[in-house]
Write a protein that binds this ligand. Structure first.
Ligand code: FAD
Length: 536
């Protein structure tokens, strides 16, 4: 037993990514007694786990950082889109600057949580044998805590190194001169392929559906540039956190694609293309993700730009098909630097899993219906049990003893994407049915995070010891999320946004696609005495 046996806290936080660290900082400022448990031996959340070659963020500096001045004042990024190693250094800087470490327990996975109705507290257990009690439980487990590995026959018998991108060996794994197989072409797949193409003797890329990757326009920063840029940070962060487009950082135009001339449309697309990053996805017309004709126009611009770079027409048709495989932007676009160019290299082979699916993984490679592909290293860039996996994998039992997995067996229901009935005094951040994957991580951690902190202060200051959402409120919010989703093109794609990447998971939109409206709704609920919750 550790010395924490039966220790009492006001708040226990699970997870040391942007959300967990922000909660710890703010709650401590307000005098709460807090303990943060993190399964990893280091800070940073996804940036601890995703240390595969090429892993980097797709949100540009300075959006992907806290707006806390004492943190940004002494911090400089070397690149516009920082890689995992710099992000990890950043998290250490955050913890040191805000003196967070004394309240963080690393290498400790929370395994179970039980709500004790008698004294209105959670009893928490960890794999390090801690037993602690807390009034409130904050789940900051992120949307990508649980890697998804498809059930591929023979996978266990592969003789070489085989790793999911989010469980990459911390000591690294050399790809130089090796034959590398990459299964999956989402954001992580794109990043690995670009790095591997530089050094591997052969890369075989197994693609099920093509990614609509966008130009990153990566560049390095000079120190002078950063000093100059910081003069504008206060204003930039104010803008980042304000409507329109709060949480998303990039503003779209107030006009539909078909409302302007073809010439103007092309000018807007070309401009966003040159800016790089997510501008082409969310920074052009206001109906790209809601109107089929506008969406198609964006797709065709993307397709034509990409195909120019690919020599072999058959490969071009697989990577950027004539007909859109799904509405543009309804699967997460990745950012790329030379992803499409590497397919012109002799050492890069694209295998289409639609026409030649995987039969089995053999001890030495991958056998598809089209033939055998020998590889030395197998990379599983196969994504996550997104949005819910991090929560349902913990044995959390609410007031009636049911687990959260059981509560959501027929589909996810939450109130405002922060709570679920039956689980009093438990709130989650960056969770299902909040803007989550549609917003900039750190902005969400601050804006949704401030709401959570205010809620806990409200409870404490009013002598309230219990908060729980009602089943009616959960149902109403779920219907609302579905309705907002139906007005978009997202339901038309089998994406992880729709929970469609994991067999057996109910198909539903788990990310709320209207960030300004979201912030309005949560603040309105608070102003009305935490509408949809029972406080006592
Ligand atoms: P996370 O960073 O996921 O941290 C959650 C932590 O909880 C993890 O460290 C995990 O170990 C811990 N944990 C989970 N369960 C337990 C348990 N039972 N006990 C103890 N600890 C536990 N967002 C963007 O805005 N822009 C991007 O470009 C972007 N790129 C991304 C690229 C990748 C490869 C991934 C995976 C995600 C990306 N994201 C991006 C989303 C990213 O998740 C968020 O930006 C942000 O990091 C979320 O922070 P978080 O604190 O909510 O969760």
């Amino acid at each position: 037993m550790s010395s924490d046996h039966d220790e009492e806290f006001d708040v226990v936080i699970i997870g040391a990514g942007f959300n967990g660290l922000y909660q710890l900082h703010r709650l401590r400022q307000h005098g709460f007694r807090v303990r943060l448990f993190e399964a990893a031996p280091g800070l940073g959340g996804v940036w601890y786990w995703n240390c595969y070659p090429g892993a980097r963020v797709d949100s540009h500096v300075p959006n992907y950082e806290f707006s806390i001045e004492e943190v940004w004042r002494d911090w400089s990024w070397p690149e516009r889109f920082p890689g995992w190693a710099d992000l990890r250094r950043y998290f250490d800087h955050v913890a040191d600057t805000l003196d967070l470490r004394p309240d963080i327990q690393l290498s400790t996975r929370v395994t179970a949580a039980r709500f004790d109705e008698q004294d209105r507290r959670w009893a928490i257990e960890t794999d390090a044998d801690d037993r602690v009690r807390t009034r409130h439980l904050l789940l900051c487990t992120g949307f990508a805590s649980k890697p998804y590995v498809p059930d591929l026959p023979g996978l266990d018998g592969f003789e070489g190194p085989c790793h999911h991108t989010a469980r990459w060996p911390q000591e690294g794994l050399g790809l130089g001169g090796r034959r590398v197989g990459v299964i999956g072409t989402g954001a992580s797949g794109v990043q690995v392929v670009q790095e591997a193409a530089k050094v591997a003797s052969q890369i075989t890329v197994f693609q099920r559906s093509p990614v609509t990757a966008l130009p990153m326009r990566q560049r390095t920063f000079t120190t002078a540039e950063q000093i100059e840029a910081k003069l504008h940070y206060p204003e930039l962060f104010r803008e980042r956190n304000a409507p329109p487009g709060s949480l998303t950082e990039i503003r779209r135009l107030d006009v539909g694609a078909m409302e302007v001339s073809a010439r103007e449309r092309n000018r807007v697309y070309a401009d966003a293309w040159e800016k790089g990053g997510f501008h082409f996805w969310v920074g052009t017309f206001n109906d790209t993700l809601t109107d089929e004709a506008s969406n198609r126009a964006a797709y065709e611009f993307w397709r034509d730009r990409v195909r120019r770079r690919i020599d072999d027409p058959a490969v071009a048709e697989l990577l950027a098909p004539t007909e859109p495989p799904y509405p543009f932007g309804t699967k997460r676009p990745s950012l790329e630097q030379d992803y499409y160019d590497v397919f012109n290299q002799d050492n890069v082979l694209l295998v289409d899993l639609n026409t030649t699916p995987i039969d089995e993984i053999t001890p030495t490679g991958v056998r598809t219906t089209g033939g055998e592909h020998d590889v030395d290293i197998l990379v599983l860039a196969t994504g996550f049990d997104a949005n819910t996996g991090g929560l349902t994998q913990i044995d959390i039992r609410g007031s009636d003893g049911a687990t959260i997995a059981q509560r959501w067996a027929d589909g996810v229901e939450t109130h405002l994407g922060v709570a679920v009935s039956g689980f009093p005094n438990m709130l989650f951040l960056y969770g299902p049915q909040s803007p989550t994957a549609f917003c900039n991580g750190p902005t969400c951690a601050e804006l949704q995070g401030d709401w959570i902190v205010d809620c806990l202060i409200h409870l404490r200051d009013h002598g309230l010891t219990r908060i729980e959402s009602t089943p009616e409120a959960d149902r109403a919010w779920t219907e609302h999320v579905n309705e907002v989703g139906e007005a978009t093109l997202f339901p038309k794609a089998d994406s992880w946004y729709m929970s469609a990447n994991v067999p057996g998971k109910r198909r539903q939109l788990l990310n709320y696609p209207a960030s300004d409206a979201y912030l309005e709704r949560i603040h309105e609920a608070a102003a009305n005495g935490y509408e949809g919750f029972v406080l006592s």
